[in-house]
Ligand binder design. Sequence first.
Ligand SMILES: C[S@@+](CC[C@H](N)C(=O)[O-])C[C@H]1O[C@@H](n2cnc3c(N)ncnc32)[C@H](O)[C@@H]1O
Length: 214
Amino acid sequence: MSQNTSSAVMQQRSEPHDSLDDFPTQPWATRALCEHVLAGCYLRNKTAWEPACNRGHMSAPLMEYFGAVWASDIHDYGAPGSFQHDFLFPVMPLSEDPDWIISNPPFRLAEQFIAKGREIATEGVAMIVRTSFLEGVGRFENLFSKNPPSIVAQFSERVPMVKGRLTATGSTATSYCWLVWIKGVTNTKLVWIPPCRKKLERAEDYAAYREVAA
Ligand SMILES: C[S@@+](CC[C@H](N)C(=O)[O-])C[C@H]1O[C@@H](n2cnc3c(N)ncnc32)[C@H](O)[C@@H]1O
């Protein structure tokens, strides 16, 4: 039997069950959410909480758009201004409910992160997930049939994520989309995020994580 060993297929994201799922998001993908999906939501007057902030590669671009951003993670990766907190722990660490909860959640806990986010956020929840997250009978029955997202925003470009570090150059076989739940909006709209990496990516996004040229 032949095996498909193309580099894209080999770079599919799969993790052990107990993994923290340490896969930082390229900052341009968060700017794409703010510019192409949440445009018109007056983010400058709003607050956001990134509850699985990792090294801060999502909370930092969120700060470019929101009035205030909290950032936390169950593990301390040293993101500036972040605090350690298990998002699923039943204690609210913030002094007020945020308008938005936005994250790239650990894959195996994504449904719980979405449910908890929807309980807390006063305006909306946005989670970047693998597009394949949309399928599955269990997920349909537990989540999508009861609480469909208001927006499914599919990336037209790939968003490379690799374990343990931000990559500027990596490739991926995994497709991603943003799922957005806006309070009171129960009809799902499918939109495409147009090619925007070139416009939204900045050299300094990767400055502290310069990769050795392959
Ligand atoms: C895919 S990474 C997130 C990357 C980050 N949001 C970003 O976009 O760069 C998943 C993160 O979830 C964190 N995590 C796992 N379980 C958690 C929990 N119960 N509460 C908070 N963070 C958790 C991991 O430590 C890891 O940093």
